[in-house]
Design a protein. Structure first.
Lengths: 507, 80
């Protein structure tokens, strides 16, 4: 059990300054360097006299500068909002408008500008990291219910929601992760997910409080398979954290097996459904490794359930369980009226405990509809359908609304509708998921009613996709766009998405 | 059916766009038409429809980033 994430990292740096904390391609960084760099950033930030506890944006990619700046921000007393360099400009504007951050710390060139807040650019931040003073007021550091980070997720109205995660929330997750997956000290763990995605937290803080080394795999490497498979075995990983989709790509390489990855002993999955087929392939390739399936919305801090997947689990269940609720957390399923259902019965999963966020930043309306207090516990209505068996083992079965997961990315279909509706040539649009036979979403299909029927349909569709890249995250852009004269409507006059879903997923 | 038409049909189906048939030098990755998961689908389709087996570990994206390059690669691999 650790009590404070920041002081635990400081303690490791003090006792073992030479231990590696971060590896990015050919560069390695020790705990000593990590803490010194973060202290310099904390000194710098405190000298700016920003409003107390106000969040700051940290912009960049999977570099050491990015993660050291996270740590520097929380040391100085400011929670951070991570924004990845792959974000479209419009997304950065939206986050700025919702969050009203106190400053932007850009570790890479920021493609947009704002006049209402200080922006510290890459050169200035590099100087701070290299030469700044290291003393700062530890009394101001993020602790207890102070916000540690804010991660933005897809919203239903075209505006992203900022999930506020406090130090208490994160600590609950970290303590569970290091004990339940029995991770050893000094573990070498893959850091593949971009930092704007809460899956990245699954590896970052548990590894650091264990004195472990995060080994980054940048997006430009994962995107080019030849580079990916050249780089992977050289990372000498002990722990793997990714979406099931990413490991499925890796399994396409026959050399992805224990003989070539002798140290790889832990696989942690989150972000989307892990299929029995993938788990079983992994067990065959890595017979001595432990494979954990986990589940958790960003709103409840990374993951709240976990279970080891063995050959027996796969043989026993057609769809794998997502696990048992972590010790400090209560989960139950409720019917449409909000009443708890009997074990084994399907309902919306409710999550209560110390890792549940206090709500969305500057969005009381959405906070009120998704969060509530139950006695002294904070509770979250997940919108996920599932059931809990007699033994407390939990199974996921889908959504109560139109949220989907594509390759681990959480997407509100209404959000994509909005992005399409906002384009000048579009009269009306509705986006639906296409599923494969393992219940996984493989594509988003958009049905679009054009304002004026285009002479050249192909050019029209290509233009829509191009315009979408300006406003939507790349994973939100539908792979297929089909033009229609009109969309089917329900009796209430709303677009009948279920009919469209049935059209792209004939049973 | 010629290799060219089969490849273009696969690409058009995966990307949901006819752009790939109109501009054979379009950059599939920079334009956002194909992502990693789309690439995986492409390799699987090339294998099942054209019998071309591209080991994923030898897949250098820069050599497969336009319809024309993919057609040339497939034709070259079929002759081997």
């Amino acid at each position: 059990m650790i009590e404070n994430i920041i002081s635990q990292i400081d303690k490791i740096a003090e006792e073992h300054p030479e231990r590696l904390a971060y590896t990015y391609e050919d560069h390695t960084y020790t705990f000593g360097e990590l803490v010194t760099t973060a202290d310099r950033i904390a000194h710098f930030l405190q000298a700016q006299h920003l409003p107390a506890k106000a969040p700051v944006v940290v912009y960049g990619e999977q570099t050491f500068a990015m993660v050291a700046t996270f740590l520097g921000a929380v040391k100085s007393g400011h929670g951070y909002i991570p924004i990845d360099t792959n974000s479209p400009d419009e997304r950065i504007h939206q986050i700025h408008d919702v969050a009203q951050p106190a400053a932007i710390l850009a570790t890479e060139h920021l493609p947009v500008s704002f006049s209402d807040l200080p922006i510290y650019g890459p050169e200035q931040m590099a100087t701070v990291r290299a030469k700044g003073e290291t003393d700062y007021d530890h009394g101001q550091s993020v602790r207890g219910d102070d916000i540690f980070y804010i991660i933005f997720t897809s919203g239903t109205t075209g505006v992203p929601k900022g999930v506020q995660i406090s130090h208490t929330n994160l600590l609950s997750y970290v303590n569970w992760a290091i004990s339940d997956f029995s991770l050893p000290e000094g573990i070498r763990c893959l850091a593949q997910a971009p930092y704007s995605f809460d899956l990245s937290v699954m590896d970052l803080y548990p590894s650091w409080v264990l004195g472990g080394n995060l080994v980054a795999l940048p997006k430009r490497t994962t995107d080019n398979f030849m580079l990916l498979f050249k780089a992977l075995p050289q990372l000498k990983l002990q722990e793997w954290v990714s979406t099931p989709s990413f490991v499925e790509i890796c399994l396409l390489d026959a050399n992805f097996k224990a003989a070539n990855y002798p140290d790889l002993k832990y696989f942690l999955f989150c972000g989307e459904e892990l299929t029995g087929k993938t788990a079983s392939q992994l067990i065959d390739r890595f017979p001595d490794a432990k494979i954990f399936n986990t589940y958790g919305p960003t709103e409840t801090t990374v993951a709240v359930t976990g279970v080891e997947i063995t050959k027996d689990t796969i043989a026993q269940y057609e769809r794998l369980p997502i696990g048992y609720a972590k010790e400090d957390t209560t989960m139950y399923a409720v019917d449409a009226k909000g009443n708890k259902v009997a074990p084994g019965e399907l309902g919306e999963l409710i999550i209560e405990g110390p890792s549940v966020s206090k709500g969305y930043l500057n969005n009381p309306e959405k906070t009120k509809s998704a969060f509530f207090r139950d006695g002294d516990q904070q509770a979250y209505r997940s919108g996920d359908l599932g059931f809990i068996d007699q033994d407390g083992l939990i199974f996921y079965r889908g959504r109560t609304d139109f949220q989907v997961k594509l390759h681990g990315f959480r997407i509100e279909l209404e959000d994509v509708d909005h992005a399409l509706d906002a384009l000048a040539p579009v009269k009306q649009a509705s986006v639906v998921p296409k599923y494969n036979n393992l219940h996984k979403v493989t594509q988003l299909v958009a049905f679009v009613v054009p304002k004026k029927h285009p002479a050249d349909e192909g050019a029209y569709i290509a233009d829509l996709k191009k315009q979408l890249t300006q406003t939507a995250m790349s994973y939100m852009i539908p792979q297929r766009i089909e033009l229609k004269e009109s969309l089917p409507l329900t009796v209430n006059g709303k677009i009948d998405r279920k009919t469209l879903i049935a059209e792209v997923n004939p049973s | 059916m010629a290799v060219k038409d089969t490849v273009l049909d696969i690409l058009s189906d995966l990307t949901g766009s006819d752009e790939v048939k109109e501009n054979l030098d379009t950059d599939l990755f920079k334009s956002g038409l194909l992502d990693s998961m789309g690439t995986v689908q492409l390799l699987l389709e090339l294998q099942s429809q054209l019998g071309v087996n591209v080991p994923v570990s030898e897949f250098d994206r820069t050599q497969w980033d336009t319809p024309n390059k993919i057609i040339a690669k497939v034709e070259q691999m079929q002759q081997q």
